[in-house]
Design a protein around this ligand. Structure first.
Ligand code: KMH
Ligand code: ZN
Length: 272
């Protein structure tokens, strides 16, 4: 794989699990999330992966909240907005995908069930196909979230059913307790199993964020960072927002002579 291709950086701005008890820098309101999107964009991110939060910080996939987030981000910058369809553990599928009629350019599609810390992130076959059909209906480009290797086999099955159109864009989420370990060996195994022509990124969780980012930079893949996945810039030092995490990836890319993708380049690479 080429290693001088432009690097797409996704900023996972907020997620569903991190709260102000963990870090004061996590955004909650649509304006706070959009301000974080702008800072991440200015630091070099071309995709903003978003979840919704209520004012008290609890996770929500509420359509009005997503509309407010989308509009607030679009008012500020050109970053590609990617809706989460994962939401939070325990949400049912219709709750998770209620905002997709807003037709964001991208949204996630997790193609399997995984243990998720003490919880289960539930994605049985009816859930997966319901989300895939909705994405197809609204012409939204999916990013396939892969927590374990069978999720790639399930994505292939969706291609066979005409619910996914190759080439795929896949994000490997590695290091979640209960799912696949964040190791270079596992990353290489997963890359090897992708359908021909796929693009991929890796989201290393917690302390695995930067080692996995480095591995992706070296392999010609793309990178997801952000407070959803990791709140520390280094051991014991909280990242003061998403932009410092993006910036740390930009520095690593520079050291490896990987150019950073502009939003237009990211759109072209992803066929948006
Ligand atoms: N919050 C996790 C249970 C996604 O955004 O698509 C699921 C998640 C995946 O974050
Ligand atoms: Zn997410």
């Amino acid at each position: 794989m080429p290693t001088d291709n432009p690097l797409i950086i996704t900023a996972a701005l907020v997620g569903a699990e991190v709260t102000r008890d963990h870090t004061p820098y996590i955004p909650y309101t649509p304006d706070e999330i959009a301000d974080e999107a702008l800072r991440a964009f200015n630091a070099g991110a071309s995709i903003a992966h978003v979840h919704g939060r209520r004012p008290d910080g609890s996770p929500t996939q509420d359509r009005d909240t997503f509309q407010a987030i989308l509009e607030a981000i679009e008012d500020r910058c050109d970053i590609i907005v990617q809706f989460s369809t994962g939401g939070a553990v325990g949400m049912d599928v219709e709750e998770r995908i209620q905002a997709l009629d807003l037709k964001p350019p991208m949204a996630t599609l997790t193609t399997g069930t995984t243990n998720f810390g003490d919880d289960v992130f539930f994605n049985d076959w009816p859930t997966i196909t319901t989300i895939a059909r909705r994405l197809k209906r609204f012409g939204i480009t999916p990013e396939i979230e892969v927590f374990d290797s069978a999720f790639i086999d399930n994505a292939r099955r969706l291609i066979d059913m005409d619910l996914l159109e190759p080439p795929l864009h896949v994000d490997f989420v590695l290091g979640v307790p209960g799912a696949m370990t964040a190791s270079e060996r596992n990353l290489d195994f997963l890359i090897d199993g992708l359908p021909h022509g796929s693009t991929w990124s890796v989201a290393g969780v917690g302390r695995h964020q930067f080692p996995m980012a480095q591995a992706a930079i070296e392999r010609g893949g793309h990178v997801r960072v952000g407070l959803e996945d990791n709140i520390y810039l280094k051991k014991g030092v909280l990242a003061q927002g998403n932009a410092p995490l993006v910036d740390a990836v930009v520095q690593r890319a520079r050291d490896a002579s990987r150019p950073i993708a502009s939003v237009d380049q990211a759109r072209q690479i992803l066929g948006l």
